[in-house]
Design a protein around this ligand. Structure first.
Ligand code: NAP
Length: 562
């Protein structure tokens, strides 16, 4: 685990066959930055390409009002360097987007990463040159780059989804998308604003927009379950306590199912009891404690919540009751109360005054569950034959998650096969890191990994180390290519599907299964077995000289130096 491991010795790279780089990394979010830093330490010639104008990934793009992380700042940060952990001072329990961006820029500067990063440069295509055993990339405006290895740290939620609502282009007012928020300040003062969508991004931005706009109309298709975030300024005593014991906290995170344990206030970690095995009183007490603590700790409240509908319903009913208490108008409350799908199976939201916003006189909720938006006109939004006149529309309509960003790149492996064709019926990876037929191509926080179910910063560290260890092994052994086998991918996909099939996730239209994107194959896109089990899979895959992979086109595992 990266947090407790000494820096590995630099590997001696094998001679590069007419390559510009040993490793190209795509994406300058948490995953890309970590990998760049470690690759440089190992002596690799590396270049990172980023479509945005700066570092940050998610936190570069998502600048909408109210954007902040909903995993505690102390946890949602790099673990690999204790000096960095000690020197950085978080100002809030849950950092807001500007602070996260400052932090990532600090990391880039502190470790001198900028000389190896190229911004405003999208990677458009990646083709594997079989004869040379290298990747040929087309980047930016036609620049060609050849690299031995390529790591896609392109992000889980980085391909925005904007539904093609009829008339969209005729709208004469302002249009915004939460995930493409402009860098200049947007002032809604005196304006009639519409927000379409009620996922995490909407739930964070709606209270802020409502305070500024003349009138806000929220168009809701599916109500979400949301828990109070209970953000607050960082308590310096708590900071001291955590920093004194950071190593221990990080070890606990790395050995936990989801990688977060709420270190900051009270550690409301994993409860080993099942909801249905305890009394109604004990259950209620557990829910009330977690409600008071706030945030995502409900995922860890009882072991059966994601597996048993009856158990799940105990939590769903608890939260429904709380929503009804927060909203004054009972008719509006009923529209906001989620029904018909298990709580936690659509990503739980964490809010600051979301439900109370609907108590304001300048806010209207329009349910589009049974009557979808008919069209957008030059002046407004039409639902059930009625036009809601607006000056600005905010699309908080989510992402083509997990595979979307990869599919935007024309990735072609052996025989010119396209990755998106290979994944048409769902992504197929070996341990979420490699795909058969695509040698030397790695994914960070990608499909098949526990991303979204494990703290993504820590997962990026683990996977970054795994990938660089793998490259180091190949270099030490004079090997030029590694690729997943179809049988290993099949085994891993089957194992993941079995776990997913035992959960309640199939009972809601969630982005974890691609169910938010019309026409996308409905299949669980990530590993649900928890990080410790995932780590075991990764260790097993690397055992016996990467025995579950093919090296230099032949089965691995022959006698080579460890
Ligand atoms: P999202 O959760 O997918 O929400 C998208 C919203 O748009 C949903 O309410 C969806 O309705 C609605 N929508 C989509 N297409 C529509 C259409 N054609 N007509 C009407 N409504 C439509 O996306 P998100 O809010 O951007 O969040 C995505 C994920 O990013 C989160 O789940 C979370 O993991 C992460 N995130 C985290 C934070 C944080 O707190 N740190 C903040 C933002 C995002 P349906 O539900 O009916 O599909």
């Amino acid at each position: 685990m990266s947090a407790v491991r000494a820096n590995p010795k630099p590997a001696a790279p094998a001679a590069s066959p007419a390559c510009d780089f040993d490793l190209v990394i795509v994406g300058a979010g948490f995953g890309g930055l970590y990998m760049l830093h470690r690759a440089r330490q190992r002596g690799l010639k590396v270049r990172l390409f980023e479509a945005a104008g700066g570092v940050g990934g998610t936190w570069w793009w998502n600048r909408y009002p109210g954007a902040r992380v909903d995993i505690e700042s102390f946890e949602y940060s790099f673990a690999f360097d204790d000096a960095l952990q000690q020197e950085w001072q978080w100002s809030e329990r849950y950092a807001a987007q500007p602070e996260l961006l400052r932090y990532l820029n600090h990391v880039a500067d502190r470790f001198g990463l900028r000389p190896d990063m190229q911004f405003d440069t999208r990677v458009n295509a990646a083709r594997f040159d079989e004869a040379a055993g290298v990747w040929d990339l087309e980047v930016g405006d036609g620049q060609r780059v050849r690299t031995r290895y390529c790591a896609m740290a392109t992000g889980l939620l980085s391909a925005p989804h904007k539904p093609p609502i009829p008339g969209l282009d005729t709208f004469k007012g302002e249009q915004y998308q939460t995930s493409y928020w402009p860098h200049h300040e947007v002032d809604f003062t005196g304006k009639r604003v519409a927000v379409i969508g009620t996922g995490s991004s909407a739930i964070q931005s709606i209270p802020v927009i409502a305070r500024q706009a003349k009138h806000l109309t929220v168009f809701q298709r599916t109500p979400n379950f949301s828990i109070p975030l209970r953000n607050c300024p960082m308590d310096r005593e708590i900071e001291k306590r955590i920093k004194a014991d950071y190593k221990k906290w990080r070890e606990m995170e790395f050995n936990s199912f989801g990688g977060f344990i709420s270190v900051n206030y009270e550690p409301y970690g994993f409860n080993p009891k099942a909801a249905l095995e305890v009394s109604a009183q004990e259950r209620r007490a557990e829910y009330e404690r977690r409600w008071a603590s706030g945030g995502l700790c409900f995922y860890l409240a009882f072991t059966d919540l994601l597996f048993n509908r009856e158990a799940n319903e105990t939590l769903a009913e608890f939260v429904r009751e709380k929503i009804r208490e927060r909203v004054k108008d009972p008719a509006v409350a009923e529209l906001l109360v989620p029904q018909g799908y298990p709580i936690l199976t659509k990503r739980l939201c964490a809010d600051t005054g979301y439900y109370e916003t609907f108590n304001r006189d300048n806010v209207t909720l329009v349910s589009i569950k049974d009557t979808p938006i008919e069209k957008i006109t030059p002046t407004g939004i039409v639902v059930a034959g009625r036009e809601y006149p607006v000056d600005a529309i905010v699309f908080a309509t989510g992402f083509d998650a997990v595979t979307g960003a990869l599919n935007k790149i024309d990735i072609r492996g052996r025989g010119g096969a396209a990755l998106k064709d290979q994944w048409r019926n769902g992504p197929r990876t070996s341990v979420g890191i490699m795909s058969a037929g695509f040698p030397n191509l790695f994914f960070v926080n990608g499909p098949g990994s526990p991303a979204a179910f494990f703290q993504p910063v820590l997962l990026a560290e683990y996977q970054g180390d795994w990938i660089l260890d793998c490259i180091g092994y190949l270099d030490r052994n004079g090997k030029r290519t590694i690729e997943a086998t179809e049988s290993a991918a099949e085994e891993f996909v089957k194992h993941s599907a079995e776990i997913a099939g035992s959960t309640l996730f199939g009972l809601s239209n969630n982005w974890y299964m691609g169910a938010n994107i019309p026409g996308k194959t409905r299949v669980m896109l990530m590993y649900l077995g928890g990080f410790p089990a995932y780590r075991d899979q990764c260790v097993a895959a690397a055992a016996n000289g990467y025995g579950k992979f093919v090296l230099d086109g032949t089965a691995a595992g022959q006698a080579v130096a460890a």
